[in-house]
Every structure is written in structure tokens, then in C-alpha cells.
Design a protein around this ligand. Structure first.
Ligand SMILES: Cc1cc2nc3c(=O)[nH]c(=O)nc-3n(C[C@H](O)[C@H](O)[C@H](O)COP(=O)(O)OP(=O)(O)OC[C@H]3O[C@@H](n4cnc5c(N)ncnc54)[C@H](O)[C@@H]3O)c2cc1C
Length: 412
């Protein structure tokens, strides 16, 4: 594609990945038509503040926009909001939409994100049972939360815990119900899980571990309680279900693209069809530093893959692979995680959890730094992230030693 910068690029999904790739294509010199079509009624916006600043009333929806209102028109990007794609015809190189004419493409970028995993239990459609993925969800949640409201958060992952912290700060009584034996079990180490659970409890959040919701109980269509598989019943006025997401891959699957818990792409975000790329939460990609593939649900991943596609299509060099990273804000904690955590890695603690600022390093058996979980330790995080990208090999004792500057380790 690099030789023809005039072709028509169609991007399906106007979220963080779709909005970023549209902007980067223009930045890198694409001169042909770019159509960015998204199912939501809004231009691309940032989702992370939905469970943090927006719920707390610290930022407005306008401030969450990825780009200013006039950005797309000024750059000749045709932004079509409220347009849901329903089929891809790879032979005709055409996409059909729920409304309006089909659109042809020379290159198609699928950036359809993820959809919420449903909690398939009786009562899940009662008024008061909510979820959080879109700006509309966040606005609805913010309008409902008030002083004294009894909130049950089902799922102790990042989003559930962030929303729990925000609801508590708004005066609600909050109970987190987690099926596993610890919080954030999918993405965090046991050490971090325990610290975060202690912190949340100290702020007044009740946490039930090993607790599985079996039904929501209602009165006249309104949520009144949540029942657990062990028979316990907790009265509540609002339940927020946050039990993870699934790749939004049905369009790609129906079109015969290779999918496996995500649309399969290579290290430059190309799918099994050379005319189609897939980026962001909907894709499963190789993670070069870790010799494995993963579906990464993060802003960093969305932007990195957007860069890969824009660079590839415009004939620019692709930037070197970086360690994947993400963050979470809960009360006064800023958690930052880079790399991928493996249960076989050695855990090395730097700093004192009791002081509220520390970093947990994960070192492979070969002595390579593989991941960091930093708590209110942004400098440790920044240098460790760099060091992971460089596959730093260092004795764990040096990481643990506060007199050894991480900067020296990362840059040497
Ligand atoms: C509440 C919340 C908090 C988060 N916090 C963090 C955080 O702190 N740090 C972090 O790194 N990440 C965070 N994330 C994750 C991060 O927001 C996502 O990884 C990122 O938005 C992925 O971008 P995306 O473009 O792939 O998907 P999305 O942003 O989900 O965008 C996909 C878009 O495609 C549209 N779409 C889907 N199907 C179609 C179709 N058929 N036709 C047209 N359009 C379609 C969808 O409507 C959606 O607008 C958070 C997510 C949420 C929900």
C-alpha cells in the first residue's frame, strides 16, 4: 500500500484505536480519502476517565474527546458517527452498514474494540443493574450514585475497583463481590492484589472474595438485593457488573478472517487478509518482548498498533516494540503496570508498601526484568518500563537495593 497514498481507507470503530489511526495516517502523509465510521453517536473519546474523573465529576465529557471538534474536518477525515458496520465483503472490498450506502475500501482497518462480558444470571435485566463501557453508561452511573446508596460491584478488576472507589467517594456504601480468591487476579501479582484489597478496605469498601453472584433479586422490576451461590443475600440499590470484556470480532469472523479470542494480527497489525488491519482491543497480537501473543486491553496498545498500521501504509519505519503498559487510579493510589506477569518469575520488592510508595519487579529465571507493578512510584515505573524494553538482565538484589539508582540500571 505504501506506493499508493491515494487509496480509500475505511476505519470501522471510532474509539481510541480508530481515532488514533485516522490522525496518524494524515500525520504520516496519507493523501487519499479516510472514512472513520463508528457506531457510537460521539466522536472518539478516552475511556479511562469514565471510571475515574468523570464519575467523580472532575472532568467533563467534552474534555475526554480524543481530538478537538474541528480536528477531523480540518484534516479531511470523514467522521461518520452512529454508523454500525454489519458485513465485510472481502471480494468486492466493500463494507455494508446498518443504514446508508455500502462503502468501498482499498484498505480496511477494523478497530471495533471490545464488548462487555455478560453476567448470565436471573435478574440481570432489572432496573439498577448497570455496566460501564461507554460514556452513556458512565453518565447514567454518575446520575444514579448518591450518598447512602447501597452499591454492589460485581467483579474486582481494574474497572470495578475504580468505580467502587469513585462511588464510595461520592458517599455510597460499596461492596465488591469477586469470584476469585484475590482482586485483579488476571492482571496483577498476589502481592499487589493484597495491598490494593487492604487499601480499599481501609477506605471503607467491603470485599467478598470467592463469592459468585447467582441472581439479582428485584421488587417491581427494581433491583433490591444480590444473592451469592453460597446463599448469602446482600440488599443493594445498584449493582455494577464489571466482569471483563470480549473482543468485538464478529464482523471479522463472518468475513472469514482468522480469529482466536481476538482478530489475529502480525507484529504490524495486518490480519490474514493483506487489505485488512485490526487494531486495539479487538485484536490478538504478538508481544515481541515476550515471545507470545496476547489480547491487550489498553490505551498504549491501541496507540501502538495505530502507529504500526499508519507507518506500514505510508511506507514509514515502524517504531521498535515497547513493553505493554497500563494504569489504574483508585483513591490516592496510582498503579502502573508494564510488561507481562508470569507466575514462574521471581518477585522482588523495592520500597515499603506501608509507606504507600513501592514497586514490585518480576524477574525471569534467566534474570531478565519482565514486569513492574508500581504504586505511587512514577519514576521507578518509568525506568523499569524502559529496562523491560531493553531486556535488562540484573541480579534481583540490585533491584531491591534502594541505594542503586534505577536510572543507572535502565540506561546502562
Ligand atoms: C471504564 C474504562 C476504564 C479504562 N481505564 C483504562 C486505563 O486506566 N488505562 C488503560 O490503558 N486502558 C483503560 N481502559 C481500556 C481502554 O479504554 C481500551 O483499551 C481502549 O479504549 C481500546 O480502544 P479501541 O479503539 O480498541 O476500543 P474502543 O475504545 O472500545 O472503541 C471501539 C469502538 O468501535 C465501535 N464499534 C464496535 N463495533 C462496531 C461496528 N460494527 N461498526 C462501527 N463501530 C463499531 C464501538 O462502538 C466503539 O466506539 C479502560 C476502559 C474502560 C471501559
Amino acid at each position: 500500500m505504501a506506493e499508493n497514498l491515494n487509496g480509500q481507507i475505511l476505519i470501522i470503530g471510532a474509539g481510541h484505536a480508530g481515532g488514533s489511526v485516522a490522525a496518524l495516517l494524515r500525520q504520516y502523509g496519507w493523501t487519499g480519502p479516510v472514512l472513520l465510521a463508528g457506531a457510537e453517536s460521539r466522536p472518539p473519546y478516552q475511556r479511562p476517565p469514565l471510571s475515574k474523573g468523570l464519575l467523580l465529576g472532575k472532568v467533563t465529557l467534552q474534555e475526554l474527546q480524543l481530538k478537538p471538534d474541528n480536528f477531523y474536518a480540518e484534516r479531511g477525515i470523514d467522521l461518520a458517527c452512529g454508523r454500525q458496520a454489519i458485513a465485510i465483503d472481502r471480494v468486492a472490498r466493500q463494507v455494508r452498514f446498518e443504514t446508508g450506502e455500502p462503502v468501498n475500501y482499498d484498505h480496511l482497518v477494523i478497530a471495533t474494540g471490545a464488548r462487555l462480558r455478560a453476567l448470565d444470571v436471573p435478574g440481570n435485566a432489572l432496573d439498577g443493574v448497570m455496566s460501564l463501557r461507554t460514556a452513556d453508561d458512565a453518565l447514567k452511573l454518575r446520575a444514579a450514585v448518591r450518598k447512602g446508596l447501597r452499591v454492589a460491584v460485581v467483579g474486582g478488576g481494574f474497572i470495578g475497583l475504580e468505580a467502587a472507589a469513585s462511588a464510595l467517594q461520592a458517599g455510597a456504601e460499596v461492596r465488591v463481590i469477586e469470584r476469585e480468591s484475590r482482586l485483579m487476579a488476571r492482571v496483577a501479582s498476589r502481592e499487589l492484589s493484597e495491598f490494593v484489597a487492604g487499601h480499599a478496605r481501609a477506605h471503607g469498601i467491603t470485599i467478598e472474595m470467592n463469592a459468585s453472584v447467582c441472581r439479582f433479586i428485584g421488587t417491581a422490576g427494581q433491583l433490591a438485593a444480590v444473592e451469592l451461590a453460597d446463599g448469602r443475600v446482600f440488599p443493594c440499590d445498584l449493582a455494577l457488573v464489571g466482569i471483563g470484556v470480549l473482543a468485538q470480532q464478529s464482523l471479522a469472523e463472518s468475513a472469514g478472517l482468522a480469529c482466536e479470542d481476538g482478530i489475529l494480527v502480525d507484529a504490524r497489525a495486518a490480519t490474514s487478509d493483506v487489505r485488512i488491519s485490526a487494531i486495539g482491543d479487538c485484536s490478538r497480537r504478538p508481544v515481541p518482548l515476550f515471545e507470545r501473543s496476547a489480547r491487550l486491553e489498553s490505551v498504549h496498545n491501541a496507540v501502538e498498533q495505530a502507529k504500526q498500521v499508519a507507518a506500514r501504509l505510508c511506507g514509514k519505519p515502524v517504531t521498535a516494540a515497547e513493553a505493554p503498559w497500563t494504569w489504574s487510579d483508585q483513591f490516592d493510589l496510582r498503579l502502573q503496570i508494564a510488561g507481562l506477569i508470569s507466575p514462574t518469575d521471581e518477585v522482588v520488592m523495592r520500597g515499603d508498601p506501608a509507606a504507600g510508595s513501592f514497586a514490585i519487579f518480576h524477574v525471569s529465571q534467566a534474570g531478565v526484568l519482565r514486569a513492574v507493578e508500581a504504586v505511587n512510584a512514577p519514576m521507578d515505573f518509568a525506568f523499569a518500563r524502559m529496562a523491560i524494553g531493553r531486556r535488562l538482565q540484573t541480579p534481583p538484589a540490585r533491584l531491591r537495593d534502594p541505594t542503586v539508582a534505577l536510572k543507572e540500571l535502565a540506561l546502562n
